[in-house]
Ligand binder design. Sequence first.
Ligand code: NAD
Ligand code: ZN
Length: 358
Amino acid sequence: MAEVRVNLEAHSYTIHIMPGGISHVGALMRRLPLGDKALIVTDENVCPLYAGTLTDSLTAAGFTVAMVTVKPGEGSKSLTAANAVFTEAISKGLDRKSPIIALGGGVVGDLAGFAAATYLRGVPFIQVPTTLLAQVDSSVGGKTAVNHELGKNLIGAFYQPNLVVIDPTALETLPDRELKAGLAEVIKYGVIADQNFFADLAAAAAALLTREPAVLATVIGRCCELKAEIVAQDERESSLRMLLNFGHTVGHAVEAVGGYSEYNHGEGVAIGMHAAGLISKGMGLCKHEDVEILQQLLSRMGLPLTAPGYSPQALISYLQRDKKMESGKINWVLMTGIGQVKITREVTDSAIKEALAQ
Ligand code: NAD
Ligand code: ZN
């Protein structure tokens, strides 16, 4: 079992990486100043797998448990789903000290976090992530949001959890495609911040793909440490935190052009990291071999490098609308080597087009 402490200016919390951790959530919550009512938010896939264990652990620790189960998928990051959480919270009499607990992937985490940030102007929030993507990325750092019909993640808040409990054994039931999507975010950490970690990933690829619990726990722990360090220095993404968007500029475009159904988030990020690598190489920022090493690891993890059939022009049109555009220019995160990136706003359309055409 490992612990990572996230120290922010006005708030700090612990991430517990703990095989079998779901059955310890109640006891860990009892260390915090919480009321006796708790509301679990989960989805229809995760509920039958893990909600019983979580409920038992909460009941054993003296909590009265309510639950909202939403449909799986991005569609549940909506104001309608948030309203269902509010209705349950109000009708079960949850007060300012009553925690909302996210049990599920990034969709449930973002939805439950948004509800926790806004119900009664903020109630305690606990993350129990069950996808690799949520365990290494979305459950840490405090970004919460629901979608608007005009765009993703447009309605939200920075709202930090009070506790994160990561149970790597919950990944045993995760579909292969979702596991690989999480591995894209894992690879991202190596590229942006840690060359040795990147090399370790290449060596551990087989163990990760077969879900060896000890290897998963070590890798998840390192990702959480790296994210915690970055978020501690820039909670609201005014500078350093932007590095976490490596691969996300083109990645978001790929997701959007595919109508959020063809490629999932991690696959979009894999394609986006490859494109960012090619742009970096095209601009002379990194070596040809750096991009090759990245390509090899992405392929080894079964991730796509390109989106065949997607025209560079369609992707570029989406980029023009990207909400990360500031004063008409995108903050591109580009590679200067494995383990090193830089932010630049000076990327020409032709450099992007050339990379996307490869
Ligand atoms: P997800 O929540 O949709 O989960 C993927 C699928 O796996 C779902 O069908 C879910 O029901 C199922 N599932 C979850 N855990 C399972 C388990 N243990 N066993 C079997 N099935 C399981 O997807 P995700 O990839 O976890 O999250 C994607 C979302 O996260 C996106 O909405 C994205 O915007 C958001 N996100 C947020 C942040 C952040 O910082 N807040 C960062 C990255 C991504
Ligand atoms: Zn991401």
